[in-house]
Write a protein that binds this ligand. Sequence first.
Ligand SMILES: [Zn+2]
Length: 322
Amino acid sequence: MVKWNGDIAKIALPTPFAVGDVNVYVVKGDALTLIDTGVKTERSKEALTQGLAALGLELSDIEQIILTHHHPDHAGALDFFAKEIPVYGHKNNQRWLDISDDFLESHNRFFLDYAAKFGVAEELKNKLTHHRDEIGFLSERKLRGYLAEGDELPGLPGWKTIETPGHAQSHLSFYRESDGVMIAGDHLLAKISPNPLMEPPILPGGNRPRPLLQYNASLQKLLDFSISTVYSGHGDEVKGDAVADLIQYRFERQHNRAMQVKGMLYDKPLSVFEVCQQLFPKVYLQEVGLTLSETIGQLDYLESLGEVETEIQAGVILYSIA
Ligand SMILES: [Zn+2]
């Protein structure tokens, strides 16, 4: 049932993805705001229309859109809204909203290079690249303004921007100090740990991001805030003391996972792909991008602790116990 909880209403929308429904939020303020949009499908549009109707609203009543990040379940349906409706988000959303030929080309070059360095099997390499005809879930739209750390949200006095990179290089969370409410996108989810997805560097040719290390830092950052409720991109809210407990639990689980990865390196040095195959037997074949991101994340973490070291052999990076 869609209803107001104070000045925030949560609407769950269906997605065709394994994650299931995505939550978008209607927030009242000087401007009636929608945080995230859901996917660009007719089913999602119908569910959004119905959800808004339960609040006595129509799609055309939405005055502005603010994005937590660029993924298609969050930013995909911008096309449902009139072109004049302003959209705000982190500047790193823009390259995924433009989807320019240049970006696609440098994206694919980055992932093919990365596949080679990580020792990915030849037949899986093309699963890491994107083609123009398979990006139908995205909308082309220019952000009206960029949001960065500490910025007050336009049209929503009292709400501040917190940069929370990790799951996406564009990821933001939004916090209202007066009642400790946070809208956190996929940064903190009650039931699942978000994948620290690899993305091309922001500056082409620059160093690749280290998304799990970014994610951990962004998670640690939440502990500095007094939080009453976290509204998430998927699933239920996390409330009160459960927030810090969940963050602690996520850190422990991730550390244990990393130690499991370290255990794989005692026999002989392994490439990222070889670790990935051991960590995700079978699944790596269907989800090579996701499973590689997760694997690199754990190796980056171990490297940051000084637990592993790397050498390059025949162009492939091999990890061994330090
Ligand atoms: Zn999501």
